[in-house]
Design a protein. Structure first.
Length: 182
């Protein structure tokens, strides 16, 4: 495997993550979706192997990015290069799922042959767990909408939902309608 120019970490930085499913699978997982109890989304992107380890690039993405990828609006390459920060974690994992050689990498230092072609987009047929991933995405969307509604109701000290506000807008002043949008 290639020598990578990164900062060595003593442990894997993403805690309490669990696997949702594989986005790309060919003779084994190549791109997998993980999450945690906060609903943060992480991708494990296979990049290399030797006789002891499989190397993965691990990075966090937003729910919006995952949806855009699933809808073929952004490429696999864009998922990696439009990460929240300029850093990605590289980790070597053995057959017993033990983690070794954890490195913090700058995205710019990732070898080109670890990156997918710029135009590779999601292919439904390569994803054996697409239904499970979509169900999880829907669950996160519903939670986000409910959280937003609770924040909205708390901010305006109103028990009416946003949908009820729209339906009853003739009973509410223009100022209240404008405030509800912001």
């Amino acid at each position: 495997m290639k020598e990578l120019p990164g900062i060595s970490l003593t442990e894997f930085p993403f805690k309490n993550i669990f696997k949702i499913g594989d986005l790309v699978y060919f003779d084994g997982p190549l791109l997998s979706v993980f999450s945690n109890d906060k609903g943060e989304i992480y991708l494990f992107d296979w990049s290399d192997n030797d006789d002891k380890y499989n190397r993965w690039l691990v990075f966090r993405i937003s729910l919006t990015q995952l949806i855009q990828y699933l809808n073929k609006n952004i490429s696999h390459y864009q998922l990696i290069t439009t990460y929240f920060t300029d850093f990605i974690v590289s980790v070597d994992i053995d057959n017993d799922l033990n983690y070794y050689n954890v490195l913090l990498l700058n995205v710019a230092d990732i070898p080109n042959d670890y990156l997918p072609d710029r135009d590779v987009t999601h292919i439904d047929e390569e994803s054996p767990h697409l239904d499970k991933i979509n169900a999880y995405v829907n669950q996160l969307e519903l939670k986000a909408a409910a959280d937003k509604q609770r924040q909205w109701q708390k901010k305006f000290k109103i028990s009416m939902t946003y949908e009820e506000l729209l339906m009853n807008s003739n009973k509410i002043s223009k100022r209240e309608q404008i405030l509800a949008v912001y």
